[in-house]
Design a binder for this molecule. Structure first.
Ligand code: NAD
Length: 262
């Protein structure tokens, strides 16, 4: 794979999957503009330190991005151990608003990759809430829509990634013939956020899943999938979610089906 002459914006580039993806793209010859609230020591490329949780932070990033980019990789994210408003602000509004701000800078045939999660596989069950939330431009008004629903505020990470699945589908449909949009849904990956998932989703559940799979995913497992998705070889992959979870979702779906037929 060669990405010489191409420029990618990678959010969450200071850690985990974002850092691994930035390194992989650079190794393939691309220019990388990393974005993160934290600094990244020895980052090879342009680095924009910014907080994507606010509209102002997103606008400040967009201003610093050149007029022509080949791809936007929305990888920054916070876990459900953070306050629910922050989770939805970074994971949903950050993705939605940065994508809208940078789409005009995307070259024809450019690509957007959004990090979702396999915890969002049931996103269509909350389709109406997801669409109402993501289509409300005013952030406070959107947060007010869901603030009284403990099913959402108590599972803010899952809801945030359900919104990312929908935003990806919606953007893919709007961008048909102009740019590609895909989401990537990892299972448990060994990064700093995994400890928070153990608190949020239950230690036994997360550690049980890792034991079942034989190992946790590594940032490189996800970065390689993203690297392929942004490459010219993936030109016909558009508007879909790519599950990269070691088979966890397949196992759960099969187990659910067997329990129904048993
Ligand atoms: N690790 C997993 O098990 C897993 C599983 C499914 C999905 N994901 C998703 O993958 C993405 C990457 O996560 P990771 O595993 O690399 O975690 P990570 O914690 O290593 O990296 C997340 C990065 O996002 C940055 N970030 C958070 N809030 C920000 C803000 N307001 N502004 C700018 N940057 C901000 C953090 O500083 C950090 O560098 C996230 O969206 C996460 O939800 C991770």
């Amino acid at each position: 794979m060669t990405l010489h002459g191409q420029t990618f914006v990678v959010t969450g580039a200071a850690s985990g999957i974002g850092a691994a993806t930035a390194a992989l793209l650079r190794d393939a010859g691309a220019e990388v503009i990393g974005v993160d609230r934290n600094t990244a020591a020895d980052f090879r490329g342009v680095f924009v330190q910014a907080d994507l949780s606010s509209a102002e932070g997103v606008a400040a990033v967009a201003e610093q991005i050149p007029e022509r980019i080949d791809g936007l990789l929305n990888i920054a994210g916070v876990p459900g151990t953070a306050p629910w408003r922050l989770v939805l602000s970074v994971n949903v509004f950050g993705v939605r608003d940065l994508t809208r701000a940078l789409l005009p800078k995307l070259v024809p045939g450019g690509v957007v990759v959004n990090l979702a999660s396999n915890v969002a596989n049931g996103w269509a069950e909350r389709r109406d809430q997801v669409i109402a939330f993501t289509s409300t431009a005013d952030r406070e008004a959107a947060l007010d829509l869901v603030g009284a629903d403990p099913e959402i505020t108590g599972n803010s990470y899952r809801f945030s990634k359900e919104c990312v699945r929908w935003l990806s589908l919606e953007a893919a449909s709007s961008a048909l013939g102009k740019a590609r949009v895909v989401s990537v849904s990892p299972g448990p990956v060994q990064t700093p956020i995994l400890e928070d998932f153990k608190v949020d989703h239950g230690r036994d559940k997360v550690e049980g899943a890792v034991a079942l799979l034989g190992r946790a995913g590594q940032p490189a497992d996800i970065a390689h999938a993203i690297g392929f998705l942004v490459s010219p070889e993936a030109a016909w992959i558009h508007g879909t979610d790519v599950c990269v979870d070691g088979g966890l979702s397949a196992h759960r779906a099969a187990a659910d089906s067997l329990s129904v037929t048993a």
